[in-house]
Design a protein around this ligand. Structure first.
Ligand SMILES: [Ca+2]
Length: 245
């Protein structure tokens, strides 16, 4: 039986480590496991924009890209390139899905990443929004919402009858790293509206970067924002343990 020299084992270890790294790099969706009951389609953006949209009819919306600039899992993430538009005092970048689940989702979670953040105006922030569309309008409202503030603003950005806010963070967004967030949607609707919605026509969920009420004299705005591995469902993802607001 021939004896393998020590350098032989060292070479083998280097080869196996390289192969492992290659698998990690090329295998889509690596890096995170989201619960299987996720209501969101293509939550890791590895299938591009499939399942995601935004309110194209709204003059306040600028949309999104899915690209390979950054990725929390796999190779792709939603990319929001926030830029000042002098013609619009309010502008939103983001991704949206429209859902008709049988039960009201319990947890919302995911990851954002901010690579630059030049806050040229006070109301510039990240948020996730859940809109519940009623089957029939009540109290003059055809929908009611909870908006989860993820960073950039320490107070309520707007005052609208059908909107309530929960702060996940009042600080400026964390820069240069993927940052997890998680909220208890049932608790949010219970505390803000007095009940967990028992029925709905449909539910919209948004993940946004935006500015509001920008004055023409305000400093320029620039930000690079990414979202990846988003979750809306009935289980608390492993990464979200201890994070929930
Ligand atoms: Ca991804």
């Amino acid at each position: 039986m021939s004896k393998v020299p020590a350098w032989g084992w060292a070479v083998l270890v280097v080869i196996l480590a390289g192969a492992g790294a290659a698998v990690w790099w090329f295998w889509p969706g690596q890096g995170i496991e989201l619960p299987e009951d996720n209501l969101l389609v293509n939550a890791d953006f590895e299938s591009g924009a499939r399942g995601w949209s935004y309110p194209t009819w709204s003059e306040h919306w600028a949309g999104f890209e899915v690209d390979r600039r950054e990725a929390h899992s796999g190779r792709r993430a939603a990319h929001l390139e926030v830029r000042n538009d002098p013609a619009r005092s309010t502008l939103v970048w983001g991704v949206m899905q429209e859902l008709r689940p049988k039960e009201f989702p319990h947890y919302l979670a995911g990851f954002y990443r901010v690579n630059s953040w030049e806050q040229g105006t006070p109301l510039m922030y990240l948020q996730s929004v859940i809109i519940v569309w009623r089957k029939k309008p009540a109290a003059g409202m055809n929908n009611f919402q909870v908006r989860f503030l993820l960073g950039g603003v320490a107070f309520r950005p707007t005052r609208m009858e059908n909107v309530r806010y929960i702060h996940f963070s009042k600080a400026a967004p964390v820069q240069g790293q993927w940052t997890p967030f998680a909220v208890d949607v049932w608790e949010a609707f219970q505390s803000q509206w007095g009940y967990v919605p028992p029925e709905w026509d449909r539910i919209n969920v948004f993940f946004e970067a935006r500015y509001d009420e920008r004055e023409k004299a305000d400093a320029p705005i620039r930000a690079e924002v990414f979202y990846d591995d988003l979750y809306l469902g009935f289980s608390l993802p492993d990464f979200a343990q201890g994070l929930v607001k």
